[in-house]
Design a protein around this ligand. Structure first.
Ligand code: NAD
Length: 247
């Protein structure tokens, strides 16, 4: 086993920001274990790209809402690749509606995937990091969690929850030399935003001083920096990457 390579886990790795993060980390020299919910084809394509970069990798079909599936993903990662140095939680969903029209299911499914998912992955991975007295956790929140966004009470609550969770955990595990940070992207051009109406996109663009959506690779660059030793003194932070959006 190559002792120089570090090991990263990325949830929601098959698409969008998670996929860009997995590729960036592989280029940084990480071996990468990613989980995905259902898209076998996208997962297969990412496997191929990671292998071409030269990373060892593991792709596991696991729903982050299911604690047992997440525990199994963590233990399979440790068996296949070694101790986990970095966890990036990118799995997430939206179910946008004005509150009065929101169903209980739309509320709970977003909280389950976005917030319970982060809890499940961190809960399963952090003990190994504590034993080794090192590690880094990066949770993908959103500007919606910082400022709130209309029609996104469920999503904004889940993403604000991630910020509180990350800061609390950072304070709990700092003495084990584990850093925990949140990244709060603005509008990023992925499948998540591709379904927005032209009007919603125009409204968003009007609020972005840089005048364009962000790219998944730009978020991956920030995650790469936060994971690196250059960010060794950054913890409990919420870093926005949003083109200056004011929502
Ligand atoms: P995306 O829809 O392109 O990808 C989301 C990924 O998460 C997919 O691979 C999906 O399979 C996975 N996923 C969803 N639920 C899951 C579950 N229960 N278990 C396992 N995997 C699951 O979206 P994206 O834009 O890449 O978003 C990634 C993260 O960034 C999300 O947490 C999202 O909330 C956050 N974010 C995105 C934007 C944006 O504008 N795109 C802005 C702010 C924050």
């Amino acid at each position: 086993m190559n002792q120089q390579r570090r090991v990263a886990m990325v949830s929601g790795g098959s698409r969008g920001i998670g996929r860009a993060v997995a590729l960036e980390l592989a280029r940084d020299g990480y071996d990468v274990s990613f989980c995905y919910r259902s898209d076998e084809q996208a997962a297969g394509e990412l496997e191929k790209s990671l292998t071409e970069i030269g990373a060892r990798m593991l792709a596991v079909r696991a729903d982050v809402v299911d604690p047992e599936a997440v525990r199994s993903w963590v233990s399979r990662t440790e068996s296949a690749l070694g101790p986990i140095d970095l966890v990036v939680n990118s799995a997430g969903i939206t179910r946008d509606k004005p509150l009065l029209m929101m169903t209980d299911d739309e509320w709970h499914s977003v909280l389950d995937a976005n917030l319970d998912g982060v809890y499940n992955v961190c809960r399963a991975a952090v003990f190994g990091m504590m034993k080794r007295k090192s590690g880094s956790i990066i949770n993908i929140s959103s500007v919606s969690g910082v400022y709130g966004n209309p029609t996104q009470t469920n999503y904004s609550a889940s993403k604000a929850g991630i910020i509180g969770f990350s800061r609390a955990l950072a304070k709990e595990v700092g003495r084990y030399q584990i850093r925990v940070n949140a990244v709060a992207p603005g509008f990023i051009d992925t499948d998540m935003t591709s379904g927005l109406s032209d009007k919603a996109k125009q409204n968003a663009l009007a609020q972005i001083p840089l005048g364009r959506l962000g790219r998944a690779e730009e978020v991956a660059g920030l995650v790469s920096y936060l994971a690196s030793d250059r960010a060794a003194y950054i913890t409990a932070a919420v870093l926005q990457i949003d083109g200056g959006i004011t929502i």
